[in-house]
Design a protein around this ligand. Structure first.
Ligand SMILES: Cc1cc2nc3c(=O)[nH]c(=O)nc-3n(C[C@H](O)[C@H](O)[C@H](O)COP(=O)(O)OP(=O)(O)OC[C@H]3O[C@@H](n4cnc5c(N)ncnc54)[C@H](O)[C@@H]3O)c2cc1C
Length: 509
């Protein structure tokens, strides 16, 4: 059932097989973490010894160059063992490695990447006590003094806090309004754990992700070498945003293992549990739930690996990665709830791992950007990337049927005048009675009209009470429709009339 996708290369297929065997052999160690709450450092060392920390690192820096796909394969399999192992691995990948590969200079790459490839942990520091979803509002400051930046501020919710050796930290390097407006007020840095003035402030007691240190970090006049800055000063937002697709996708990959384990436990349990003199898996209700468990895993895996492939091909993956994260996190929650339901009370005991996975469900919809933020991105990006496909078809009144219908060609108006604009809006009322026309709709029919001329005509008609206009926050006219008075002025009442044949018969029209 666990598909090696046809577009994976032989190395990636082999990696998937090796990682699956590793997880099979270590599932019990993950169960132990749920009880001991000990960070699985020995297991993580074994992961490093297999070279898996180097999956996305180029060969010349000690990696194995297996791409985003390789990282996702590893995260998927590790996540069957326990969240602490997966998150420690994945956060290292998107907390320094990705940023160093894309924005680091040769010296920086040579200094840190070979160490990560052999298991050195990383962390990513965006979130602060007062800064969550609105990441651009970062308050931690970094002021240049000679060869050092002096850091002041706090970061929170930092995964791998205290166990990471390097942290990818975003800090404010400018307070100028123009820089903020251009998103050039932040810079990205690699901060080493022993930096003077940089310390661990607190460890969170989380509702899940058992055994994984997550906490607050403090910078008090911390001296970070200027040579640790990634990219130019002011590039921080660019670095941050660039890494988000990888972060979201890898985060989603780390949800696939528990989703698979949920099926194993739901099926295995219900095959062995007898109620009403038959196994509970024979009940159709449970079968339907199990069917959904399969469907969700299959869909989530497709989204994750399709998006990973796009990134490996250096193609645009904003929609794909955001969708993978959103879908997987929401499907994960339903998956664990359904699996628990199939298992009955047993599912909610801590004697089966489904319960621990269930508690992790919530954080999947928060970390690496909340579900709301994913939807904001999808909404904005969707409108942008699908702008052409989303254009509403042109519509007109069918010449014989008299009904509103789409058309591939509209005849432009030959005359540009108040009269022709009013006529156009009245005709539009016949096809889209409840809607306004957009500025572009109008301009398409008035070939060659300038914005200034259009504004002139629209405001004159508005002043006469013949139009209703909608303006955006900057005061620009964006939508227009004829008012009741305008409709009457443009056409006689008969023009707007239309009745279906049956109504004509019934009403004797
Ligand atoms: C276990 C865990 C690990 C984490 N690890 C890291 C890490 O390693 N590094 C790091 O930098 N951060 C980390 N985070 C932080 C995580 O990225 C943030 O929690 C997340 O971005 C949301 O920020 P917030 O919790 O402050 O919620 P807030 O931003 O305060 O949002 C609260 C709620 O309001 C919603 N909301 C906010 N603004 C809007 C809006 N304009 N429209 C609609 N809804 C909105 C949010 O979606 C959310 O539901 C971690 C968080 C957790 C819980």
């Amino acid at each position: 059932m666990i598909e090696s996708f046809p577009w994976w290369n032989e190395k990636q297929k082999k990696l998937a097989e090796d990682a699956r065997i590793f997880s099979d052999q270590n599932l019990s160690k993950g169960d132990e973490v749920a009880w001991t709450k000990d960070f699985p450092s020995t297991l993580l060392k074994e992961v490093a010894e297999r070279g898996w920390f180097g999956a996305s690192i180029p060969l010349e820096f000690g990696g194995t160059d297996l791409g985003v796909t390789g990282c996702c394969i590893i995260a998927e399999e590790l996540s069957r063992i326990c969240a602490a192992l997966t998150a420690a691995y994945s956060v290292t990948m998107f907390g320094g490695v990705e940023q160093l590969i894309k924005f680091g200079n040769e010296e920086q790459k040579g200094k840190w990447l070979p160490k990560v490839a052999t298991g050195m942990l990383g962390g990513i520091c965006i979130t602060e006590p007062g800064v969550g979803s609105d990441a651009a509002d970062i308050e931690t400051t970094a002021e240049l003094e000679g060869d050092y930046y002096i850091f002041n501020g706090k970061k929170r919710f930092i995964t791998n806090a205290g166990i990471a050796d390097i942290y990818c930290v975003y800090a404010r390097t400018s307070d100028h309004r123009e820089d903020k407006a251009k998103y050039q007020h932040l810079s990205a840095f690699i901060v080493e754990k022993d930096t003077p003035g940089f310390s661990l402030e607190r460890i969170n007691e989380l509702g899940g992700w058992v055994g994984l240190p997550n906490g607050y970090l403090d910078f008090e006049d911390a001296r970070v070498p200027a040579s640790s800055r990634l990219g130019a000063e002011g590039d921080g937002w660019k670095v941050l945003v660039d890494g988000l697709n990888f972060e979201r996708n890898l985060f989603a990959a780390g949800m696939l293992g528990p989703m698979r384990e949920a099926i194993r436990y739901a099926v295995g349990h219900s095959q062995r549990r007898i109620q009403f003199r038959k196994p509970t898996i024979d009940s159709e209700i449970n079968q339907f739930k199990i069917a959904d468990l399969f469907a969700r895993v299959q869909t989530a895996r497709l989204l994750v690996y399709h998006s990973a492939h796009l990134m490996d091909m250096k193609a645009d993956a904003v929609m794909a990665a955001t969708n993978a994260k959103l879908y997987a996190s929401e499907a994960y929650e339903k998956q664990l709830i359904d699996a628990m339901q199939v298992m009955g009370g047993d599912g909610w005991t801590r004697f089966y791992p489904v319960e621990a996975f269930m508690r992790d469900a919530k954080v999947n919809k928060l970390g690496a950007g909340t579900s709301e933020v994913m939807r904001m991105v999808l909404f904005r990006q969707g409108l942008r990337t699908m702008a052409e496909e989303l254009k509403l078809p042109h519509r007109h009144v069918h010449p014989t049927l008299g009904i509103p219908i789409s058309t591939t060609s509209l005849t432009p108006y030959t005359e540009i005048s108040e009269k022709s604009v009013l006529k156009m809006l009245a005709e539009d009322y016949k096809v889209n009675p409840g809607l306004h026309m957009t500025r572009n709709d109008i301009k398409e029919l008035l070939v060659g009209i300038t914005d200034e001329k259009l504004d002139n005509i629209l405001t004159t008609l508005e002043a006469q009470g013949l139009l209703k206009l909608h303006r955006n926050r900057k005061g620009k006219i964006t939508l227009a429709k004829a008012s009741y008075k305008g409709l009457r002025k443009a056409k006689p009442l008969d023009y707007y009339k239309w009745f279906p044949e049956w109504a004509k018969r019934q009403l004797n029209i």
